[in-house]
Design a protein around this ligand. Structure first.
Ligand code: SAH
Length: 207
């Protein structure tokens, strides 16, 4: 999905103190960036950022880092962050390089409405493929926790298989998240799909 081109996106990213420009420099030291020992939750592919920003506002005792490879989307997220939200940072990067940025310090990964890459030959690009799960293994602190939401049945069933074969236990598995759970912080995609009447698939995985 492409976002409308934002003309001054480079300036928006450069000027924002929320955007970490050389994230690799902080590998293993994110605690210092936040100046506390609070848990670190990251969202890969945060898009325009609604979910992670609202989470950061609601949970000041958790540190959040949003990762997004499309600078257009990232710039839109930056424009939404309220002033003084000290427990949030944003990074422009491809999750392929995630191990260069984190080292055994992440407590939870959110994957919300990740690109489904439906063709078989694209399977490796899915953010729950074995390639990515092996990378995540090196960035989790102790327990590995992945929280996933999607509208895409193919990605959902693929993820169930992939996570299970990698030794994860699944819980809170639902084919209709909004029927089964309330008081949810939603994402931009989620709002769009739910308002169309589409059901949201969701699961939590830990090992
Ligand atoms: N989570 C948001 C956006 C979903 S669209 C929401 O629910 O509204 C999926 C997003 O993931 C896109 O913005 C895309 O650029 C990003 N993305 C996909 N693969 C990625 C990768 N390998 N690294 C970083 N971001 C990725």
């Amino acid at each position: 999905m492409r976002f409308r081109n934002l003309k001054n996106k480079e300036n928006i990213l450069d000027e924002s103190t929320y955007v970490i420009k050389n994230p690799e420099e902080y590998r293993g030291m994110w605690k210092k960036v936040f100046n506390n020992n609070n848990p670190l939750y990251i969202e890969i592919g945060m898009g325009k950022g609604k979910f992670i920003i609202e989470n950061a506002i609601k949970n000041p005792n958790i540190n959040y880092i949003g990762i997004e490879r499309q600078d257009n989307a990232l710039a839109r997220a930056v424009k939404k962050v309220p002033v003084g939200l000290s427990n949030l940072r944003l990074i422009s990067m491809d999750a392929m390089n995630i191990e260069k940025v984190f080292d055994k310090e992440v407590d939870r990964i959110y994957l919300n409405f990740s690109d489904p890459w439906p063709k078989k030959r694209q399977g490796k690009r899915r953010l729950t493929s074995k390639i990515f799960l092996d990378k995540y293994e090196n960035i989790f602190k102790k327990e590995s926790n992945i929280f996933l939401r999607t509208d895409n049945e193919g990605l959902y069933t693929f993820s169930i298989e992939s996570l299970s074969s990698s030794g994860y236990s699944l819980y809170d598995v639902t084919f209709d998240l909004h029927r089964d759970f309330s008081d949810l912080i939603t994402t931009e995609y989620e709002d769009k799909f739910s308002s169309n009447g589409d059901k949201i698939y969701s699961l939590k995985a830990r090992k």
